[in-house]
Design a protein around this ligand. Structure first.
Ligand code: ADP
Ligand code: MG
Length: 224
């Protein structure tokens, strides 16, 4: 028992340190991004391409830091009762432009009354990661359907896409750090999502078929 306590204290110190480093690194990245963006407005030709790549890579670095920060400090500073429909409307606003770019559609079927306990921005991050994967998997006539209901005191949320799907091997490695099949993937998205859902006392399962699509099912205790 004593050993365990020491271990968790050490973990606490490490994760505090990781979180503060990640936080400090973010600011200079944002400043650099601002200047690069200014420069790219004044450039054309080859330099514009280079600046575009530099901006993309900076965004990638920021995304890795965001994921890492959540992993290092997943416990929520502020939890409140979340109306999941409101959260998903917000998520839809963020993610729809990305879906449209891929020619895909998102539909929401969520009753107003379902509430869960959690941190709003972590909740959004967890689901944005899942939906982003769905968008990235979409092919022609892409569709992502999100629906929810209450079952046995649990809020159940389904996210189904008709994208490329996963084979058994990929499915079993989901959530493993740095596991990615994408050239520009971080392989951190599902790890972070699993962690957030776990911290909210929730459960997540995936079913998928190659060439058919993927469905994520998430269950949380209902609030109140
Ligand atoms: P990343 O998106 O950066 O690759 P993730 O942890 O979000 O990392 O996902 C890991 C891998 O799982 C992805 O590279 C992809 O191969 C697979 N995956 C996750 N969700 C889906 C999905 N909805 N459809 C198809 N493949 C998926
Ligand atoms: Mg991802």
């Amino acid at each position: 028992f004593n050993n365990e306590l020491q271990r968790s204290e050490k973990m606490e110190i490490i994760s505090d340190l990781a979180a503060s480093v990640a936080h400090e690194v973010r600011n200079p990245l944002q400043v650099t991004r601002g200047f690069l963006q200014l420069m790219s407005k004044q450039e054309d030709g080859k330099n514009k391409d280079y600046l575009h790549i530099a901006l993309e890579e900076l965004d990638r670095a920021s995304a890795i830091i965001t994921d890492f920060l959540t992993f290092a400090k997943p416990e929520f500073d502020q939890t409140k009762t979340l109306t999941i429909l409101d959260e998903f409307k917000h998520i839809e606003g963020i993610i729809s432009p990305m879906a449209n770019l891929q020619g895909g559609k998102i539909s929401l079927d969520i009753p107003q009354e379902i509430k869960v306990r959690g941190n709003s921005s972590k909740f959004k991050q967890a689901f944005i990661n899942i939906i982003k994967n769905s968008i990235e998997a979409l092919r022609d006539q892409g569709h992502i359907h999100i629906w929810a209901y209450v079952d046995n005191g649990e809020a159940v949320i389904h996210i189904r896409d008709n994208g490329e799907g996963m084979d058994a091997q990929t499915l079993s490695r989901l959530g493993e750090p740095y596991f990615s099949n994408k050239t520009k993937g971080t392989g951190l998205g599902m790890m972070v999502t699993f962690r957030i859902i776990e911290t909210m006392n929730g459960k997540i399962t995936f079913t998928s078929a190659k060439g058919v699509g993927t469905e994520a099912t998430i269950r949380f205790p209902v609030a109140g």
